[in-house]
Design a protein around this ligand. Structure first.
Ligand SMILES: NC(=O)c1ccc[n+]([C@@H]2O[C@H](COP(=O)([O-])OP(=O)(O)OC[C@H]3O[C@@H](n4cnc5c(N)ncnc54)[C@H](OP(=O)(O)O)[C@@H]3O)[C@@H](O)[C@H]2O)c1
Length: 338
């Protein structure tokens, strides 16, 4: 089969379009899926740059891509929930080859039927970011995914509102959990996107956060979903979180963090990593269940798709450059089957 692979670490130019590799064989609980569309995520660029530039990857070719929508073409001997011909979507497991390929093998427990009302292209934009946002809000911060009343709603700040994760987090928090949502965005187009997805207010992360919240009549926020490297902004985030509040970060800290201000507020801090369940086999089927729930919410029109940019998959290098600009809005999808 054809895939996009790399044999050395480095910039977007190391991505080889295409390499020929054997089709995957399903393990006992695996589905083999014909990939129709995949999406780019920052994890792709981080893994692509995962060693010193030009140094060899351990078992070439390394195949990136942890988002997909496609059709099941084979199932392992112990698969229970899917059949050949099922249309599915999933993020996958970063420890296994990704979906920049015509075919990919994935554990059925982290897969769901794709939303019926969405195309493969729109479906491929969803899984990784939806799992991240859902797990952060519901599993880490204890927000109830059924309370859509806005009475006495707690306020969530989404730092990086227009990014892939922010785009799902705004919607799940507002439309599914009934939180009041303030998002950060630094440009007119990213601010407009956050409002379209349901943000009640938008503030600019390049300016002091607390002053802007006060201008809008808020003394702080109850919850923060921080999609930015905490070494860059944690003091500001800890300043805006209210007593007893919760900050959930999704980027691994690159150095020691000063959590002193959180102690005085009896605050909580947690980290979300959406590959934890598949990596450690820690109740991975919860991810299949989350994706099934998200598919229903998309089909009901409660959640909107987040695809903003579509490219043929041979344009993967351009897609990586766009993502690495740090200025993408919503999601970029790569079409594998046009
Ligand atoms: N732990 C996990 O499981 C997990 C899962 C997914 C992603 N992540 C990580 O989370 C991060 C965000 O991922 P993503 O997919 O949302 O990224 P993305 O789509 O590339 O985010 C782009 C957005 O980030 C905003 N932004 C750029 N610099 C910012 C800053 N200093 N402060 C606030 N916002 C800023 C930009 O908004 P403006 O243009 O308005 O400035 C832009 O719209 C990445 O580091 C990724 O690796 C972790």
């Amino acid at each position: 089969m054809r895939a996009i692979g790399q044999s050395v670490y480095g910039g977007p130019e190391v991505l080889q379009v295409f390499v020929e590799v054997p089709e995957p064989e399903p393990g006992p609980r695996d589905l083999v899926v014909r990939v129709h569309a995949t999406a780019t995520n920052p994890v792709d660029t981080k893994v692509r740059r995962g060693g010193s530039p030009g140094s060899p990857v351990p078992s070439p070719p390394l195949i990136l891509g942890w988002d997909a929508s496609g059709v099941v073409i084979a199932v392992g001997s112990e698969v229970e929930h899917f059949r050949v011909g099922d249309e599915v979507y999933f993020a996958g497991n970063v420890a296994r080859p990704g979906s920049y390929a015509e075919y990919v093998a994935v554990d059925e427990r982290i897969v769901a039927h794709r939303p019926k009302t969405l195309s493969h292209r729109d479906a491929a934009a969803i899984p990784l970011t939806a799992l991240t946002a859902w797990e952060a809000l519901v599993e880490n911060m204890g927000v109830t995914p059924t309370d859509r009343s806005s009475e006495h709603a707690r306020t969530l700040l989404v730092v990086g509102g227009a990014g892939g994760v922010g785009s799902m987090a705004i919607q799940i928090a507002r439309q599914v959990c009934g939180l009041r949502v303030i998002a950060t965005a630094s440009r007119p187009e990213s601010a407009a996107w956050c409002r379209k997805l349901g943000a009640d207010a938008v503030i600019d992360h390049t300016k002091p956060l607390l002053a802007q919240l006060r201008e809008g009549g808020d003394d702080g926020v109850d919850l923060v979903l921080n999609t930015v490297q905490p070494m860059q902004n944690l003091p500001q985030v800890l300043e805006v979180v209210r007593p007893f509040g919760h900050v959930c970060g999704i980027v691994a800290p690159s150095g020691p963090l000063d959590l002193g201000p959180l102690f005085r507020k009896r605050g909580h801090i947690s980290f979300e990593y959406m590959f934890t369940r598949p990596l450690f086999a820690a109740a991975p089927s919860r991810q299949g269940a989350i994706l099934a729930r998200v598919a229903d919410l998309l089909d009901q029109g409660v959640l909107l798709g987040t695809r903003t940019t579509t490219m043929p998959w041979d344009q993967v290098q351009a897609a990586h450059r766009l993502l690495e600009s740090g200025r993408s809005v919503g999601k970029t999808v790569l079409e594998v089957v046009p």
